[in-house]
Design a protein around this ligand. Structure first.
Ligand SMILES: NC(=O)c1ccc[n+]([C@@H]2O[C@H](COP(=O)([O-])OP(=O)(O)OC[C@H]3O[C@@H](n4cnc5c(N)ncnc54)[C@H](O)[C@@H]3O)[C@@H](O)[C@H]2O)c1
Length: 255
């Protein structure tokens, strides 16, 4: 059996939205590769379960719509582990029923998604960067965007505009913080077996069947499919990668 590399040994990684899906899979993978993992989420019980699987970890309640909580999470990570090397801005929501049809969209719904999916990432990046700059530079950020941010197909206009904006933010951070040895990259996952706010999806069976028939690899993605790409972009192996986005979608956007 192949052994797991320990390339995150001596690194502290903070992940938002780590209680479920991609964030939980990333926390478990990076912990298995030696990281001290600070797993944060609005759902504290969920991150406590994830951290129970990590050799070295800290579970924190952190709502990314509240800047004070994000700042406190970074401070708690530094307090516990001495430094922060990697931040994975992953927390996201998808309002399947209400984020539709721009001409009829409730702007409060637009704002609700933007507050988590865009401004939540801005808050996370801001406070991770503040620590990395204060300690003299160095570090890596990974932003979790989506293939939804690469095109205009989805009717979920707030979701897609937030995910597109993350790709601009990714370039901004790469350009302005690269001289300080800080890298930033994004991942664009395709359609996974479960979306955020899956319980609100109006037609889960139709979605699954449609994607399974269309995606060149003929299956939907799983959180573990994305975690490996996030870990790679955060790792020293990707030390010359910055400002890039990596698509993991079973070939869907290649069509
Ligand atoms: N699942 C997909 O098909 C898919 C595809 C592309 C991109 N993504 C993106 O991947 C990221 C993770 O999605 P997932 O599929 O793992 O979803 P998920 O719903 O399984 O996990 C998201 C986590 O974020 C947490 N969260 C929600 N609001 C939060 C807030 N305000 N502050 C902190 N945490 C909050 C939730 O509690 C949950 O634990 C999201 O940004 C999502 O947009 C998902």
């Amino acid at each position: 059996m192949a052994t797991m590399p320990d390339d995150f040994k001596d690194k502290t990684v903070l992940i938002t939205g780590a209680g479920s899906g991609i964030g939980a899979a990333t926390a478990r993978l990076m912990a298995a590769r030696g990281a001290a993992v600070v797993a944060t989420d609005v759902d504290i019980a969920a991150v406590e379960t994830v951290v129970a699987d990590c050799a070295d970890g800290l579970a924190l309640r952190c709502d990314v719509t509240d800047e004070a909580q994000v700042e406190a999470a970074v401070a708690a990570a530094v307090d516990r582990f001495g430094k922060l090397d990697v931040a994975v801005a992953n927390a996201g929501i998808q309002r399947h029923n209400t984020d539709i049809d721009l001409y009829a969209l409730e702007l409060a719904e637009f704002e609700r998604t933007q507050d988590v999916n865009l401004r939540g990432v801005v808050r996370t990046a801001k406070h991770a960067l503040a620590h990395m700059m204060a300690r003299g530079g160095g570090g890596a950020l990974v932003l979790v965007s989506s293939i939804t941010g690469l095109g205009g197909r989805t009717p979920n206009v707030s979701y897609m505009t937030a995910k597109s904006a993350l790709l601009g933010l990714n370039r901004h951070i790469a350009v302005h913080y690269g001289p300080h040895g800080i890298r930033c990259n994004a991942v664009c996952p395709g359609a996974l077996e479960q979306t955020p706010n899956w319980d609100e999806h109006p037609d889960p069976d139709g979605r699954r069947d449609g994607f399974t028939a269309t995606v060149p690899l003929r299956r939907l993605g799983r959180p573990e499919d994305i975690a490996g790409a996030i870990a790679f972009l955060a790792s020293d192996e990707a030390g010359y990668a910055s400002g890039a986005h990596f698509t993991i979608d079973g070939g869907l956007t290649a069509i």
